[in-house]
Write a protein that binds this ligand. Sequence first.
Ligand code: NOJ
Length: 461
Amino acid sequence: MFSKDFIWGAATSAAQIEGAEYEDGKTSSIWDIASRMNDGRFSRFQKTPLSSCDHYHRFIEDVAIMKKIGLKAYRFSISWTRLMKENMNTINPKGLLFYNRLIDALLDAGIEPFITIFHWDYPQSLLDQGGWQNDKSVTWFAEYAKTVVELFSDRVKKFITINEPECFVNLGYLDKRHAPYYQLPEDAVFKIAHNVLKANGLATILMRQVAKQKIEIGQAFALTGAIPFSENDKDINAAKHCFFNHPDSSFWGTWFLDTIMNGEYDKKRLAKISISPDVLDKDMRIIHQTPDFIGFNMYSGTLTKHLGENDYQRMPDPIDSDYTMMDIPIAPSCLYWAARFLYEKYHLPIYIMENGVAITDSPDENGDIDDPARINFIREHLIHLSRALKEKIDVRGYFYWSLLDNYEWAHGYSRRFGLVRVNFENYKRTLKKSAYWYASLIKSNGEILEKERVDKNYGNL
Ligand code: NOJ
């Protein structure tokens, strides 16, 4: 069912695991600054990414753990403020050395690196100049992305330009829930979203020009599944319509993805903004860069029922839904439906760039960590994903979020997503049962899924 080259992976991001926040020339990202704001805007836990998992000093050990699990690929991000000096024009040699050593260690271990170029840790020095609100942000980002490809594409073939634009734009600039904790009017946020799209487009153009070998470029969009209430055509179409429908006062759903793919804004959004048709036309040509694959992060989904022509109802979560520590319901078929809807619409290879669960796991008296709920979560999601493969939907890989327990942004260190436990006092790593289970799953290339199927018993959530 899973092809022999199916990519079994795990993902992390720089700010969430590296630590060494101000070492070897790294300067501040907006998260370094925001996590120190002492006015109640940030984290109930007042934690900073100061040392995170200390991966910066322990990456050799972490790569050995990945090898032990048998990962085929590892998705990590580059810290913009570590790779570049504060002026963002010159390379920081020590930052470069770190990423070169990490990439070489991965390749030596037979693990394919997937590089995320930007995973939320925007340079504070650029925010001070207006950040995404400044039109120069387009070239700032594109030049940085080009540098990443110039430096690493001799050894790395897969690049993700931006992680979850939906989240950092909506939560960071509209809803005041993530760094930089802004609450701007909708038209200002539209400009930010427009610049992000343009930056992604220009980056894609430049990256393709300078790549040292054939590379594949995509994004990791934050999508929520729409699951048909029943499998009759009406409900399936209603779910599909809901999945691709955009709310008109925010930037959630497939809005970023569809704009890139279609090279135009949806009409109802366009009606609300003032942008001259000439500029729009020119910008759209930059924005409209078809990626080589569609990457998305997905953690949940909502049941959707047909109501009438192009009309649907999002149903309340079923009474027996299990909720993760992030307060979202577990809905494993979301992966199948999203892969199917996206493939039917765009016919591009698909990667699940993130899927995972935070639960209350803790070591027993022997130090072992039994996390059946996580095993169950992964198993159920993959069983549904395997249906997509059986139906010849071109899903190329699955990345569990996350390899390590880590810094969960505004939640500090209170949400543990890892296959591997990190003790944040002494940074000791312990493989959880789920890591051993994932290892056997990878070893069997997914074969053990069906044999082990258990219906819904999420245990210690
Ligand atoms: C999405 C983000 O990309 C990642 O940084 C975050 O930790 C996970 N989801 C879990 O919330």
